[in-house]
Design a protein around this ligand. Structure first.
Ligand SMILES: [Fe+2]
Length: 249
């Protein structure tokens, strides 16, 4: 079994990920070397980067062709990392263009704002649920006060069926001590849904393999490490959102 990575800035020239097509091919090659076989291309969908998601399918198709020419065996899917402040401005086709999961159980990757999960954030995810989409929250462990107030704020979301996606780099300590501590707390408290790389380039590389080892170092069980890095990402793509999990604490 290989990795599926649901959060990955792989498209060239659209956000703060790779700048050129060649950079994207090299990043894709690094993902394959790490054991990844499927990547959801998730550029920032925000006012400062991508604003029209209907453009993305063509960009993914172009990158897919470049990978084929370079003999890089990586399956690509078209997604996006949605900023909550844009959620209300996108019509249904533009949300659907970056959603994943099977028909009837579609979901969106929504970026956790670094200032915290505000009332505006909860209102935006509520609107997305009302419009038929589950919510996967990108890197909640990176928000301010993630290991204190952030843990309480995220419960509001988990109670409503959202899933918390941790960054591999957080588990590795590459996003700082606070994010690492918060990521470990998510795992220990049973509040982590899955791990993704949030790769951007050579300085933020694909690292799901290392994250799996870091989970074991943090005394997660082998079953939990497998679940967070391998089982759940693939399951989200194939089967969609899980039923809300009972929290253990
Ligand atoms: Fe990201």
């Amino acid at each position: 079994m290989t990795y599926a990575d649901i959060h990955f800035h792989l498209l060239p020239g659209v956000d703060d990920g790779p700048e050129t097509l060649d950079d994207s091919v090299e990043l894709a090659r690094a993902a394959v070397a790490d054991g990844t076989r499927t990547v959801v291309c998730t550029p920032h969908v925000r006012t400062d980067f991508v604003t029209d998601t209907l453009e993305l399918a063509e960009r993914v198709r172009e990158l897919r062709e470049a990978l084929a020419r370079a003999d890089v065996a990586l399956e690509l899917r078209c997604g996006g990392e949605l900023g909550h402040d844009l959620a209300g401005t996108l019509d249904q086709p533009r949300l659907e263009a970056i959603a994943q999961g099977p028909a009837g159980n579609r979901w969106l990757l929504v970026e956790a704002p670094f200032e915290g999960l505000t009332e505006e954030f909860h209102a935006a995810t509520g609107e997305l649920r009302d419009r038929g989409f589950g919510v996967v929250i990108a890197h909640p462990e990176r928000v301010a006060y993630a290991d204190t107030k952030g843990l309480a704020d995220i419960r509001h979301e988990l109670d409503r069926g959202s899933v918390a996606q941790l960054n591999a780099q957080s588990l590795l300590g590459e996003h700082g001590a606070d994010a690492k501590r918060a990521a470990r707390a998510y795992v220990a408290l049973g509040m982590a849904g899955l791990v993704a790389s949030d790769a951007h380039g050579p300085l933020r590389p694909p690292s799901l393999g290392a994250a799996c080892s870091a989970l074991l170092d943090a005394r997660a069980s082998a079953r939990m490490a497998w679940r967070l890095t391998r089982e759940q990402p693939g399951r989200l793509l194939d089967a969609g959102m899980p039923a809300p999990m009972a929290l253990v604490a």
